[in-house]
Design a protein around this ligand. Structure first.
Ligand code: C2E
Ligand code: CA
Ligand code: CA
Ligand code: CA
Length: 278
């Protein structure tokens, strides 16, 4: 249709009154969740493509309503951002993830976490010192943490992003560039962002088995990342056929429903057995 080829810049004033009222409702719920400590974290395994061993878990946030309904981040994050709650949400998630990783490590479970940071995270100057303090307090090895950031977030706040990444990389934390390939000038910024890993956007991976164009793009992104010395992760791996192609291309890690769905139980995290043996 007509709007497809035009670039739309989001203007909050465009939102109709119904949308505004709905966002206010979500924001009130986000505030409640923060006050009552009621967000939930779920964990999705990331596997080594060659060995099938689970090396890492991505931490994903959920809102559990009073009636038991589970709301995905797409349902409440935009409202949190619009009503100035996103920094508090980011801090809550990072703090809880570090706390839970500490518990798991105390139980002898050798897991690592990948934590998403919102597009606004670099505007929050209290986030970096908070992470540094919590790593010092818990004694966690910083290399057990990867922070997933998006290009858009880094570009919007390049100075702060570089400082944030630089300081945490100095102590050993890792960084992944999320949703790679879905932004505007992916390759040019990739040259400058000192990330360790690149997550190939699920939109290229999901239908890959039936689409040669997507296969070519996944291969190219994988090659460019490797030429820059970065590890690659493909997300939305939903079938064995996709996993086989990734093995063929030499993609390093795979994440998606075929590997494992996001799971709330920390007990299941003990099961870091290989998915397959070769
Ligand atoms: P993302 O970082 O790209 O996260 C991956 C999303 O893809 C997750 O959705 C996950 O459940 C979903 N997914 C995983 N495997 C598959 C698959 O095989 N097929 C399909 N169709 N989907 C799959 P979720 O949890 O709804 O998260 C959506 C987005 O919300 C995330 O995208 C991320 O941008 C944001 N988000 C999620 N958790 C957090 C968080 O803790 N903090 C922040 N700041 N953002 C978060
Ligand atoms: Ca992510
Ligand atoms: Ca992603
Ligand atoms: Ca995404």
């Amino acid at each position: 249709t007509g709007g497809r080829n035009r670039v739309h810049f989001y203007n909050p004033a465009d939102r109709d009154k119904a949308g505004m009222a709905e966002d206010m409702g979500w924001a009130a719920r986000v505030r409640e969740m923060l006050e009552e400590d009621r967000f939930q974290l779920v964990y999705q395994p990331i596997a080594d493509v060659r060995t099938g061993a689970v090396t890492d878990y991505e931490v994903l946030v959920r809102m559990v309503c009073d009636d038991g309904d589970v709301i995905l981040p797409g349902g409440f994050m935009p409202a949190a951002e619009r009503f100035g709650l996103i920094h508090a949400v980011d801090r809550w998630i990072v703090a809880r993830a570090i706390q839970q990783l500490t518990q798991l490590r105390e139980q002898g479970k050798e897991v690592c976490f990948s934590i998403n940071l919102s597009a606004k995270a670099f505007e929050d100057h209290t986030l970096l010192p908070m992470i540094q303090a919590q790593l010092a307090d818990t004694g966690l090895d910083p290399s057990w943490l990867t922070f997933e950031i998006t290009e858009t977030a880094a570009i919007a706040n390049l100075g702060a992003a570089e400082r944030f990444i630089g300081e945490l990389k100095t102590i050993g934390c890792q960084f992944a560039l999320d949703d790679f390939g879905s932004g505007f000038s992916s390759f040019s910024y990739l040259k400058h962002l000192p990330v360790d890993k690149l997550k190939i956007d699920g939109s290229f991976v999901q239908g890959m088995a039936q689409a040669e164009v997507d296969q070519a793009m996944v291969q190219s992104m994988n090659q460019v990342a490797h030429a820059l010395g970065k590890a690659t992760i493909a997300e939305y791996v939903e079938s064995e056929a996709i996993l086989k192609l990734l093995q063929q291309y030499g993609v390093d890690y795979a994440q998606g429903n075929y590997i494992g769905r996001p799971n709330e139980s920390l007990i299941n995290l003990a099961a870091t057995r290989p998915l397959y043996s070769n």
